[in-house]
Design a protein around this ligand. Structure first.
Ligand code: 4NP
Length: 151
């Protein structure tokens, strides 16, 4: 799960998907990172922590990190939150196999007209609730597909 700072959107996506795959008994490694370096080592934004907590998900132990080239080989799928993240991660790729792993998370939702998860950093708490719901729907779809793939 990749966003810009790894403190607002991708920590939510990381926590939500982890919660869903565990509940579904799937053996999947979920992680998150940012394309930027400003927040390395920081916990998620308190508004993301509080929003996740409201839904019974604890993300307070996460620590922000920056995506590294090795992630493009280590992980099978790389979900990005917006178009800029997509461009930035494509810029790190050294082959087609890596590029093909990159997906916009909202492309998982066939009924969703917006393609990017908006950056809530400068929003009020309402923005975090909206982003949580978008990411939650996408993560449900991802979990359903993983479950089907396992069968
Ligand atoms: P995120 O949000 O990419 O969802 O973690 C942001 C957090 C911090 C900044 C930008 C976006 N920033 O510019 O510091």
């Amino acid at each position: 799960m990749v966003c810009l700072g790894n403190i607002c959107r991708s920590p939510l996506a990381h926590g939500i998907l982890n919660h869903k795959v565990k509940k579904a008994n799937l053996k999947v490694v979920v992680d998150s990172a940012g394309t930027g370096s400003w927040h390395i080592g920081s916990p998620p934004d308190i508004r993301s922590i509080d929003t996740a907590k409201k839904y019974g998900i604890d993300i307070s132990n996460q620590k922000a990190r920056q995506i590294v080239r090795d992630d493009l080989d280590r992980f099978d799928i790389i979900y990005v939150m917006d178009n800029q993240n997509q461009k930035d991660v494509i810029g790190l790729c050294s082959n087609e196999k890596q590029k093909n792993k990159i997906k916009l998370i909202l492309d998982q939702l066939s009924n969703q007209s917006i393609k990017s998860v908006p950056d809530p950093y400068y929003d009020e708490i309402d923005g975090f609730e909206y982003v949580y719901n978008l990411i939650n729907e996408a993560c449900q779809e991802i979990t359903n597909k993983l479950k089907n793939d396992e069968q």
